[in-house]
Design a protein around this ligand. Structure first.
Ligand SMILES: [Zn+2]
Length: 254
């Protein structure tokens, strides 16, 4: 065999091993028999001292309501208690994750981004220590009022996600909604809103009922907003105003 053939073959074996491992990891995490392990890695999104200060003040406790939310929603569907959800806050990562291509990316640029994110994950998080763990990179921004942050993104099969959040204490509760949304993507859930950010009926509605009724009081976590009117939706104040809808529950194997 030529050197080139050996190189290609070993690359293929490596890719197959990585794919097999990702598949196995996903299966183990999504069967909900073991505690769900989540590690949050904060990243300074705009390099300012303000954001640094906010990150330095972050505490693991700030994220624990994500675990309580998942536990209570699981119980609603399964009628029994969930194994514990362990949410750990890791040290700040000083490098930004690769930014996804703008607009409608070509297949190639999407693959390049996904490989880039895998490489970033490999470089900045422990390999063995992260097995079976969902890793979320939370990129904090100072943010301007009324200006939306970049949409958060996850790898569908990689148990990895990038979340954009506001570096403000008064935004902590809403940040937890965005983090939970992204965590659910990593667990296999799909978005449930349309091109105008309106929750889709029925799967994106907090209260399903017979036909869509307005205003809704809760947001389905993968719709991300509370449907107030057919053309109006509001961002929930926190996880206490969110539920896991039947379709999301099915997608994440509840
Ligand atoms: Zn989403």
């Amino acid at each position: 065999m030529s050197f080139r053939a050996i190189r290609i073959l070993s690359l293929l074996i490596l890719l197959a091993a990585a794919a097999g491992m990702t598949y196995w990891e996903g299966m183990v995490v999504r069967n909900w028999l073991r505690p769900l392990e989540v590690t949050i890695y904060p990243v300074n999104g705009d390099g300012t001292a303000e954001v640094d200060e906010y990150i330095a003040g972050l505490k693991q406790e700030h994220f624990q309501e994500i675990g309580s939310f998942i536990a209570s929603q699981y119980e609603r569907y399964r009628g029994k208690a969930l194994p514990p959800v362990n949410i750990r806050l890791a040290r700040e990562i000083k490098t930004l994750p690769p930014m996804p291509p703008d607009g409608r990316p070509s297949a190639l640029s999407a693959i390049r981004w996904s490989l880039g994110l895998r490489y970033y994950t490999y470089k900045h998080t422990p390999f063995w220590g992260s097995l079976g763990t969902v890793r979320l990179f939370v990129v904090y921004h100072r943010g301007e009022d009324g200006k939306a942050l970049q949409h958060s993104l996850g790898l569908h099969k990689g148990l990895v996600g990038v979340v954009h959040a506001f570096a403000q204490a008064r935004q902590n509760a809403q940040n937890n909604v965005v983090i939970t949304h992204e965590l659910f993507h990593a667990l296999g859930a799909s978005d449930k809103y349309d091109a105008a950010n309106q929750p889709l009926y029925p799967e994106g509605f907090g209260e399903r009922g017979d036909g869509p009724h307005y205003p809704q009081r809760t947001a389905e976590i993968m719709a991300g907003r509370i449907a107030i009117a057919p053309d109006e939706a509001r961002i929930p104040v926190g996880l206490e105003a969110c539920v896991v809808g039947y379709k999301t529950a099915w997608e994440i194997n509840w």
